[in-house]
Design a protein around this ligand. Structure first.
Ligand SMILES: Nc1nc(=O)c2cc3nc(NCCN4CCCCC4)[nH]c3cc2[nH]1
Ligand SMILES: [Zn+2]
Length: 370
């Protein structure tokens, strides 16, 4: 039902090629996963997401639990049917969202009491509740219920939080029964290398089919993320997928792949698209800038997406200037294609043993002065 095949590891970095096999299809790694938090990749139809080359999308337990609620999704026959997406889906467990979205919440050993960010009503999620929700959603890869501690946090806080997350992971594993879903453990430990090692070893001993590195991309400098990540992947099994949560700009993706990460997700490309910022091979571009008023070239001359093949920067600037919905869609198509294509090129560079050269060429053109 769920399998990971490690196909190649680079000689001069920890970058690797792999393939994940799930009941809804195969996923070539390294992979970027578009986010469809509330059962839609915002402004895109599933067919458009597929045409962009997306192999798997992400959705969120927390949001779907609140709206439309599990009753409706159950009656719809699960999330795939409900949203008309027949490829793999990964669902996050609600841990991050509860801690980052709802204001007041109470964490106990049992779980987390919080108020819905929609109507303020009292809600409760525990490891068992999170697993039950994800079982109902029917996603192919589900995540353990964890606490993503804020940055910065004290050593003591991270230690207690990480140990509780490990106890919650045990409860998730004990409660999860669906054979056709792969439950990933999530490694915590903040920015403390010794705690990352403890968390990784404890979770690896529970033998999950895959592991995520949580608690990163929470505002820490990229250098710190890199250091913590480089250390953490040392304790993650070679033969299982490694998923870095919440990462989605070109540099973060390159740095993560270089340190042995296979999967990543982020709302960034779709979110910045909706406010008119697009990623191009020459760096980011804010389309509302007056300098594009009469620029009839495509967003990115090197891009093969529908938007770049059919529309100009001047037209895109016009659409954003007059708040036309088409602008949101065309910019989203471009940004998603840009990252999906980047991951295709990264996979090709690992296959051909030129990943590090590809990375430095890309950084130079994109304007990263690293
Ligand atoms: N269950 C769970 N556990 C985590 O530790 C976690 C850690 C995460 N870190 C992020 N970062 C997202 C950063 N993102 C950047 C672009 C704007 C919106 C926020 N997402 C995460 C999701 C996560 N989910
Ligand atoms: Zn494009």
């Amino acid at each position: 039902m769920f399998k990971f095949e490690l196909q190649k590891t680079a000689k001069d970095s920890k970058a690797r090629l792999g393939k994940i096999i799930t009941p809804h299809g195969e996923i070539e790694t390294p992979i970027f996963m578009p986010v469809g938090t509330r059962a839609t990749v915002k402004t895109m139809t599933p067919e458009e997401v597929k045409d962009l080359g997306a192999q798997i999308i992400l959705s969120n337990t927390y949001h779907l639990f609140l709206k439309p609620g599990m009753d409706i999704i159950e009656k719809a026959g699960g999330l795939h049917k409900f949203m008309n997406w027949d490829k793999p889906i990964l669902t996050d467990s609600g841990g991050f969202q509860v801690f980052s979205l709802s204001g007041n919440r109470k964490i106990t050993e049992e779980g987390v009491e919080f108020r819905s960010h929609i109507d303020g009503s009292k809600k409760f999620i525990s490891p068992e509740v999170s697993i039950d929700i994800q079982n109902t959603l029917g996603s192919d890869i589900i995540m353990a219920f964890d606490e993503c501690a804020p940055y910065p946090s004290s050593y003591e806080y991270i230690y207690d939080s990480m140990m509780r997350t490990t106890r919650w992971a045990e409860r998730c594993k004990a409660h999860h029964t669906r054979e056709d879903q792969a439950l990933f453990g999530i490694i915590q430990g903040g920015m403390y290398k010794d705690l990352r090692e403890i968390s990784a070893k404890d979770l690896v001993s529970m033998d999950f089919p895959g592991y995520a590195v949580g608690g990163l991309s929470v505002g820490e400098p990229l250098e710190i993320m890199n250091e913590v990540l480089d250390h953490t992947t040392e304790f993650m099994p070679q033969n299982k997928p490694r998923y870095l949560m919440g990462v989605g700009s070109p540099d973060y993706l390159f740095e993560a792949v270089e340190r042995g990460i296979d999967m990543a997700d982020c709302v960034l490309p779709t979110r910045i698209a909706r406010n008119g910022t697009v990623m191009t091979s020459q760096g980011k571009l804010v389309i509302k800038n007056a300098k594009y008023k009469e620029d009839f070239s495509p967003l990115d001359p090197e891009c093969d997406c529908y938007t770049c093949r059919n529309y100009s920067r001047a037209y895109m600037r016009h659409l954003f200037n007059v708040d036309e919905i088409l602008g949101l869609r065309l910019a989203t198509i471009h940004n998603l294609r840009f990252l999906i294509k980047l991951m295709e090129d990264i996979r090709e560079s690992i296959r051909g043993d030129y990943f590090l050269e590809f990375k430095s060429d890309f950084y130079r053109k994109y304007g990263y002065n690293k």
